[in-house]
Design a protein around this ligand. Structure first.
Ligand SMILES: *[C@@H]1O[C@H](CO)[C@@H](O)[C@H](O)[C@H]1NC(C)=O
Ligand SMILES: *[C@@H]1O[C@H](CO)[C@@H](O)[C@H](O)[C@H]1NC(C)=O
Ligand SMILES: *[C@@H]1O[C@H](CO)[C@@H](O)[C@H](O)[C@H]1NC(C)=O
Ligand SMILES: *[C@@H]1O[C@H](CO)[C@@H](O)[C@H](O)[C@H]1NC(C)=O
Ligand SMILES: *[C@@H]1O[C@H](CO)[C@@H](O)[C@H](O)[C@H]1NC(C)=O
Ligand SMILES: *[C@@H]1O[C@H](CO)[C@@H](O)[C@H](O)[C@H]1NC(C)=O
Length: 292
């Protein structure tokens, strides 16, 4: 009996040491400033609520099992709370509003979540511009369950309104759609296009987030097949598609193989209702590619 007990204790100690040595989970800290910022898009200039002046907001990056602390300081005019889409654990204070002039730190304990999550303001008027990607990479020493990509790129599909959105306004249908904040060429307003440079024969992990509140979005890249490898913060069985359909709030992780002739290809994002569309551009770099 005695030696069995000793063996159990020894095993527990070994397991604990193993946990200490190999868990490698980190604490990750972010500071978000809710503030108004002015943007010129769709032939007009307006002020919107942002995190740190950017649309979409800053990206969070962590690894599986990390704990992420996000200190949100509200320097705007209205009370706001942030939702963490795809996080399984309940988060203290998630239902509380952060009043103007105050701050609150969300403590997000990651567990099995992997791939692409996102965050957004809870109220509809603020969510339109206060949102961003939340990337969860494999834990230290852990591999992707698919060929390792050359690099990864969050692609946030969003919407833009001509009217000013403030508390009390219920946004209706958007006036335009955005790819990482860019409206592209189709609206006739000299807006910028989202551009992604790829190396010929490179492999890219695109993290597509449908941050459009009420529209299913269709995403495609001309002449490229896309390999789905994950969705909604989990890996998925591999599947192939020339166009992707994303429900509101859905995320898809896809592999893009830059295996076409060196050139430029349109990215398109449009609501499934067919109204309007937004374009971006994939540019192949010619440094390593064949001459065409
Ligand atoms: C947001 O801005 C604050 C103040 O400039 C800065 O300390 C913080 O690092 C920024 N956060 C991100 C995520 O860029
Ligand atoms: C507010 O920010 C300060 C300074 O960064 C920090 O020490 C404090 O814990 C934060 N308060 C809350 C409630 O998050
Ligand atoms: C989305 O739909 C909900 C419920 O119909 C509505 O309250 C909300 O304002 C809509 N949001 C946008 C951005 O249209
Ligand atoms: C369009 O945008 C470009 C680059 O931002 C700028 O140089 C040009 O003056 C703009 N043209 C018009 C008509 O606004
Ligand atoms: C992914 O999340 C979106 C938004 O919550 C949901 O509509 C969709 O059904 C989810 N897909 C899967 C496979 O869970
Ligand atoms: C996108 O919209 C433009 C302008 O409205 C139109 O010319 C083009 O055919 C549309 N493209 C797609 C793929 O729907």
């Amino acid at each position: 009996m005695g030696s069995q007990k000793q063996a159990v204790v020894l095993l527990s100690v070994l397991l604990f040491l193993n946990f200490l040595l190999f868990s490698g989970a980190d604490d990750v800290y972010y500071e978000f400033i809710l503030q108004e910022a002015e943007f010129t898009k769709l032939c007009g200039t307006k002020t919107v609520l942002t995190v740190n002046g950017s649309f979409p907001g800053p990206e969070i990056r962590a690894r599986r099992d990390d704990t992420v602390y996000v200190n949100v300081r509200n320097q705007g005019r209205f009370a706001v709370s942030i939702d963490w889409e795809g996080v399984e654990d309940s988060i203290d204070g998630a239902n509380e509003l952060i009043q103007p002039g105050t701050n609150f730190t969300y403590e997000i304990e990651l567990d099995d979540e992997i791939g692409t999550l996102w965050w957004h303001a809870r109220s509809a008027w603020a969510e339109a511009t206060v949102h961003g990607a939340f990337v969860v990479l494999p834990a230290a020493g852990e591999q992707f369950p698919f060929p390792a990509p050359t690099s990864d790129h969050p692609i946030v599909l969003g919407e833009w309104y001509r009217q000013e959105l403030t508390e009390g306004i219920v946004p209706g249908q958007a006036d335009a759609y955005t790819i990482n904040g860019h409206l592209g060429e189709t609206y006739g307003c000299n807006d910028t296009s989202y551009q992604l440079q790829v190396d010929y024969q490179g492999l890219y992990l695109l993290r597509i987030i449908n941050a459009v509140a009420n529209e299913t979005m269709v995403f495609a890249i001309a002449q490229h097949s896309l390999t789905i490898v994950g969705q909604n913060a989990t890996y998925s069985r591999r599947s192939f598609s020339s166009s992707l359909t994303l429900a509101p709030g859905q995320t898809l992780d896809i592999l893009l193989s830059a295996n076409q002739n060196v050139g430029q290809y349109y990215i398109t994002a449009r609501p499934s209702s067919g109204r309007l569309n937004t374009t971006g551009i994939i540019h192949y770099t010619t440094s390593t590619g064949p001459l065409v």
